[in-house]
Design a protein. Structure first.
Length: 114
């Protein structure tokens, strides 16, 4: 954890590979100072079939899940940094967004906790 799941139009892969996009988001997450590099997980999910506002328009949406405990300001800075990087990488895409959700410590479990 944290997890960064990037949903996007498949056409965006003509500009940058999935690997490159994942690497860039990993670097932004690391630069935030909020996470250890080895904990950051990034996945890219390109879509062939999609509509944005009822039309076929390019899009990127990042769903981020992080452990609770960061301030609203830290979460907002993270979103702004990731969206800013994506805008730089894809200046022709007008639909770029991100949201940050938090895991609840009390209910989170992973393999190493068993």
């Amino acid at each position: 954890m944290p997890h960064f799941k990037i949903d996007c139009s498949v056409e965006l892969l003509e500009s940058h590979s999935e690997e490159y996009i994942a690497e860039q988001i990993h670097l932004v997450a690391m630069a935030s100072g909020l996470f250890d590099s080895s904990d950051i997980k990034v996945r890219v999910n390109p879509y062939n079939k999609y509509l944005v506002g009822g039309k076929r328009e390019l899009f990127i949406h990042v769903f981020s899940n992080i452990m609770e405990g960061r301030t609203t300001e830290q979460r907002a800075m993270l979103s702004q940094s990731v969206v800013g990087k994506l805008v730089t990488m894809f200046p022709h895409v007008s639909n770029i967004a991100m949201d940050v959700s938090e895991f609840e410590k009390a209910t989170y479990c992973n393999r190493s906790m068993l």
